[in-house]
Design a protein around this ligand. Structure first.
Ligand code: 13P
Length: 227
């Protein structure tokens, strides 16, 4: 099972040092881009939380896929619901980011998920079809199913609900692109619910937010998935 930590914009430099000094497991950590160099050359692989849809050039504040790859970054998250919400990111922009990332040999973690009152299947199908338009390399693509109403809320869907949605995601991709994909779950994963969530049959791992900043809990989660 894959474990990916999305450290979001949670950590100060001191907190980053504490995490790095106390944690070295075979996971993927996605820190704020400014801290990426500190995370390189450990047992874990490193991802960025977003990349630019542009090539190198005059784009103040952006990070290109080429720069990330050059530095030793292996993964990028794209289409996180917080970026969709606070940065008004569209599926078309997310599509451009995915294509840029793949061109530069980054592995892509594409986040999809519905808001509480959405028609879940309709929203997710649209997110997938629009974000994956013209994508052919599905071996470097992972989908993270993150229901927006579960992020940072302490709420998780039932295992049955997650399993059904993962199966919907996989069928949609098979039907439209003829490919199979790994699907992760994200949203309020912690050391207590991991033992239940890990029983989901078609699940390939977890995308963990807040708890990934806490090395003790993260170690417990990794240990639980080894059992
Ligand atoms: P939480 O684990 O903090 O709910 O966040 C999930 C998430 O958004 C990971 O990308």
């Amino acid at each position: 099972m894959l474990v990916i930590g999305n450290l979001k914009m949670y950590m100060t430099y001191e907190e980053v040092k504490t995490l790095i000094d106390n944690f070295d497991e075979d996971v993927i950590l996605c820190p704020s881009a400014i801290f990426v160099p500190y995370f390189l050359n450990h047992k874990y692989k490193v991802g960025v939380q977003d990349i630019s849809m542009y090539d190198l050039g005059s784009h103040t504040g952006e990070i290109s896929a080429k720069q990330a790859k050059d530095l030793g970054v292996s993964y990028t998250i794209v289409g996180h619901s917080e970026r969709r919400k606070y940065n008004n990111e569209t599926n078309e922009e997310i599509n451009k980011k995915i294509i840029k990332g793949l061109e530069n040999n980054l592995k892509i973690i594409l986040c999809v998920g519905e808001n509480k009152d959405d028609d879940k299947e309709k929203v997710i199908e649209r997110q997938l079809l629009e974000a994956l338009k013209d994508v052919s390399n599905f071996k470097d693509l992972i989908i993270a199913y993150e229901p927006v109403w579960c992020i940072g809320t302490g709420i998780t869907p039932t295992n049955e609900q997650i399993e059904t949605t993962i199966s919907f995601i996989q069928t949609t991709i098979e039907k439209n692109f003829g490919k199979s994909v790994k699907v992760l779950y994200g949203g309020s994963v912690d050391k207590d619910n991991i033992n239940t969530l890990k029983k989901i049959n078609n699940l390939s791992g977890f995308l963990i937010g807040k708890v990934s900043t806490d090395y003790r809990q993260l170690k417990e989660i990794v240990a639980s998935l080894r059992d």
